[in-house]
Design a protein. Structure first.
Length: 322
């Protein structure tokens, strides 16, 4: 099958639930999360802007519990949650990222609040959370449940035995222990007025060092939007951060490619420099072209637009989506 290379009618929203091996996924619940995210995001698009659409979609994925964001976030080396998120409005070029969030239920709402109420682009740690609380954002007890405790204990035991050389060789780590790498979530949208937006949220990955910040809250790496296109990425954050992956994808659109080709070219770039099993990307451009590409086994994604009667959902290489 060939990639879909025709534009869709706006409004358009495309979401991803992370790229990875998908060896132990509960596909029914995972697909349900994707469907709920894209459906609710599209409803927000119909009554509001691209920003409102991506925020609602990402919030749904943070709340579903079956993705590595929000209440589904994985645990760091010391056994607690540290979450990151980022958002960008392509029309105004306003953006904000939050990092090391431990108790705000929806980091994407905190990122939007910082974009709306401060002059900052990146805020991390305790004060960011205190600001969120003052602005009325919901907190959540992220104390790990039994399944996460078991997973943490298993991985920590491997670490103590020397089976996991943490961060020494990231690609080797991912290849050997594919089940420790979980995906970020994200959304991109083109609204009825032609405005573009992107949003991304993550819990990082299992046993990351406390204080580690990856690509997700960094403008141009984990998310980017301007008047030409909007992109959200997932994968090994250190590599995506170095590559400036989302900015690169948008620049391909600015150079004349449509979003479909820009996504493929961006992931080819990642594979050439950092190898396979490193990244995935979604992107929509101002003309209504959409793109999704990944060099992992799969990347959960869903799309809905005025051209569709119902959400289109895919995890593996189903080119009837993108």
């Amino acid at each position: 099958m060939k990639h879909h290379v025709q534009p869709f009618e706006k409004p358009i929203i495309l979401v991803h639930g992370g790229a990875g091996s998908f060896s132990r996924r509960n596909f029914k619940e995972y697909r349900s999360c994707l469907k709920d995210a894209v459906t609710n995001g599209y409803e927000a698009l119909l009554s509001g802007s691209a920003i409102e659409g991506v925020v609602e979609a990402v919030k749904m994925m943070e709340d579903c519990g079956h993705m590595n964001a929000g209440i589904g976030s994985v645990l760091n080396l010391h056994g607690y949650v540290e979450m990151d998120a980022g958002i960008m409005d392509g029309k105004t070029m306003r953006a904000a990222g939050v990092a090391l969030i431990r108790k705000i239920r929806n980091p994407i709402l905190l990122a939007k609040a910082i974009m709306d109420h401060t002059d900052h682009v990146l805020l991390a740690g305790d004060f960011a959370e205190k600001l969120g609380e003052k602005l009325g954002l919901e907190t959540y007890d992220f104390a790990p449940q039994e399944d996460k405790k078991r997973k943490y204990n298993e991985l920590y035991s491997r670490l103590l035995k020397g089976d996991i050389k943490h961060l020494r060789r990231i690609s080797e780590l991912v290849q050997k222990y594919k089940d420790i790498a979980y995906g970020t979530v994200g959304a991109v949208a083109l609204d009825r007025e032609g405005r573009l937006a992107a949003a991304t949220s993550t819990g990082g990955y299992w046993l990351k060092l406390p204080g580690r910040i990856g690509d997700t809250p960094i403008v141009g790496a984990g998310f980017y939007a301007n008047k030409n296109a909007a992109a959200s990425s997932t994968g090994i954050g250190e590599y995506i951060l170095i590559a400036g992956l989302c900015r690169k994808a948008v620049e391909f659109v600015e150079a004349g490619l449509n979003a479909t080709s820009a996504a493929v070219k961006s992931i080819e770039y990642m594979s050439a420099f950092f190898g396979e099993n490193t990244a995935g990307l979604i992107i929509v451009d101002f003309r209504g072209y959409v793109g999704a590409a990944f060099n992992t086994k799969g990347m959960g994604r869903a799309m809905l637009s005025k051209s569709h009667k119902e959400p289109v959902i895919a995890i593996f290489r189903d080119y009837s989506l993108v």
